[in-house]
Design a protein around this ligand. Structure first.
Ligand code: 5GP
Length: 180
């Protein structure tokens, strides 16, 4: 199906993202100081660039794992029913785990993944989200670390897509539809 015409307005620059990740990495290092090996769990697919940049800023030993969840709904609206498309590979029991999400919107995805992880009995479970849309929340979930508060707009770039496009943009932008 042809996509409607749109432009992307820059919201957060690559430089601003990099600076924020440096600060977040320091806070995470302080929180997990002494951890033998932190398991950093990325939520596919939107977090793949964020997790890559974040782990390279951490001077802790890390293991990386991924889980893929999908919520029913169309491309611009996240839904309530969350399904696990790809489960973790590793055993989380007794481990220190950091879950990395791209955007917390309604919060249903993160809540579902955290339930899944808690059932695996990690020693510690923390969460980080690059973007937070608190005005859209339908759950009482909030990430332990947040990169940036985000307006109630549809964003793309830095790993985040619109219909599988725009993931490779180095910055985060908002999608604005143009009359065709
Ligand atoms: P939630 O379950 O919190 O409502 O939705 C979280 C997921 O919805 C995110 O991981 C992301 O995949 C998707 N999402 C929420 N807001 C946006 C957005 O502005 N742009 C894109 N591309 N995806 C979004």
């Amino acid at each position: 199906m042809p996509q409607p015409a749109y432009v992307i307005d820059r919201l957060i620059s690559a430089k601003t993202i990099a600076a924020r990740i440096e600060t977040l990495a320091q806070e995470i290092e302080a929180e997990f100081a002494g951890t033998e090996k932190l398991v950093v769990v990325g939520l596919l697919r939107g977090s793949f660039i964020f997790i890559a940049d974040l782990v390279r800023e951490l001077s802790l030993p890390v293991e990386v794992d991924f889980v893929e969840a999908s919520s029913y709904g169309n491309a611009m609206q996240s839904g309530r029913e969350v399904r696990i498309l790809k489960d973790l590979q590793g055993d989380m029991a007794g481990r220190d785990v950091l879950v990395v999400e791209d955007i917390v919107d309604t919060g249903h995805t993160l809540a579902h993944v955290l339930d899944l992880l808690r059932a695996r009995r990690p020693a510690r479970l923390k969460t980080i989200a690059l973007l937070d849309k608190p005005s859209r929340r339908e759950t009482d979930i909030s990430a332990d670390w947040i990169g940036f508060d985000c307006p109630d707009a549809f964003v793309v770039g830095y790993g985040i897509d619109y219909a599988q496009r725009n993931r490779a943009l180095p910055y985060i932008g908002t999608v604005r539809f143009t009359a065709s």
